[in-house]
Write a protein that binds this ligand. Structure first.
Ligand code: CP
Length: 313
């Protein structure tokens, strides 16, 4: 692959290859000396047109730990504010010969469009409600390490599925790896057409959590609700917030996940989020660095294979 735009384009073997390589980087990241020169000489530009804590920080650390020259574009201070378009901005940076472009954008499809224009490898760091492939990969690595496998698991994805790129990428990945996925939420946030993905849909959270191995909670994505249905937080927490009583319906060893940022007391009880016996939320963040290192290394290998030998100057 030249780019990492979505889970949609990956085969099960591609997913396993990224996760296996990421395992090596988990070990590297735990050492006092975290440096490798795998991406030495390559330039990575991070372009985040939407807020981020985890994805931005982990892509930056991933590039630096692999020895790349990493530049973070401060999009709020860029000429986008003067009316320059996304494509003109991308072509301007493209002219400076980056090798890896990491892009987050509020519009679904914007990252795919940009990838068609530039010469370098593009990694989708989340586009609108479309895909967030590295999130699904880090979730997969977290599940595989916790459960010892990534197949034949029963996984509940709960909450605002309709507006969630995390849910879309996850349900594609988990389906490709032959897991049983359940979507849980009110019909306004889990449209019936999601059944097309071969998943089971529940609006009763207690029914949906029965016997699952993994409980993945989602944030209410108010920024994408366009003034439409916005549930009251109290009512939502009562029906769809993960608390101890609802979690007790899952398997006794079920793990609790959340991609972050989380809203405590809205979709998840703070004590459950902090319970190190059940919650793997911090492990998800840790795996994020390793998975992004692996994804960038694999794209860099393909870049080097496609480019002629570098010339000494
Ligand atoms: N999970 C995730 O994408 O978090 P950020 O928005 O903080 O990057």
């Amino acid at each position: 692959h030249k780019h990492l735009l979505g889970i949609e384009h990956l085969a099960p073997g591609d997913i396993t290859e990224i996760l296996d390589l990421a395992e090596q980087y988990v070990d590297l990241n735990r050492r006092p000396h975290k440096h490798s020169d795998t991406l030495a000489g390559l330039t990575q530009i991070n372009m985040f047109f939407e807020n981020s804590t985890r994805t931005q920080a982990s892509f930056e650390l991933a590039g630096k730990r692999l020895g790349a020259d990493v530049m973070n574009m401060a999009m709020q201070a860029s000429s986008i504010k003067k009316g320059e378009t996304l494509i003109d901005t991308a072509m301007t940076l493209n002219a400076m010969h980056p090798d890896l472009l990491v892009v987050r954008h509020p519009h679904s499809g914007a990252v795919d469009l940009l990838a068609q224009k530039v010469n370098c490898a593009v990694l989708n760091a989340g586009d609108g409600r479309h895909e967030h492939p590295t999130q699904a990969l880090l979730d997969a690595l977290t599940i595989r390490r916790s459960k010892g496998r990534l197949h034949r698991l029963s996984i509940a994805i709960c909450g605002d599925v309709a507006h969630s790129r995390v849910a879309r990428s996850n349900l594609m990945l988990l389906g490709k790896m032959e897991n049983r996925v359940r979507l849980i939420g009110p019909p306004t946030l889990v449209p019936a057409q999601f059944a097309e993905f071969g998943v089971e849909v529940f609006d009763d959270m207690r029914e949906g959590l029965e016997g699952v191995d993994v409980v993945m909670m989602l944030r209410l994505q108010r920024e994408r609700m366009d003034g439409g249905f916005i549930p009251s937080e109290r009512e939502y927490y009562h029906r769809y917030g993960l608390d101890a009583e609802k979690l007790a319906l899952a398997k006794p060893d079920a793990i609790v996940m959340h991609p972050g940022p989380m809203n405590r007391g809205v979709e998840i009880d703070g004590e459950i989020a902090d319970d190190i016996n059940r919650s793997v939320i911090q492990e998800q963040v840790e795996m994020g660095v390793a998975v992004r290192m692996a994804a960038m290394e694999l794209l860099a290998r393909n870049l080097r294979a496609a480019q002629p030998e570098s010339v000494e100057v």
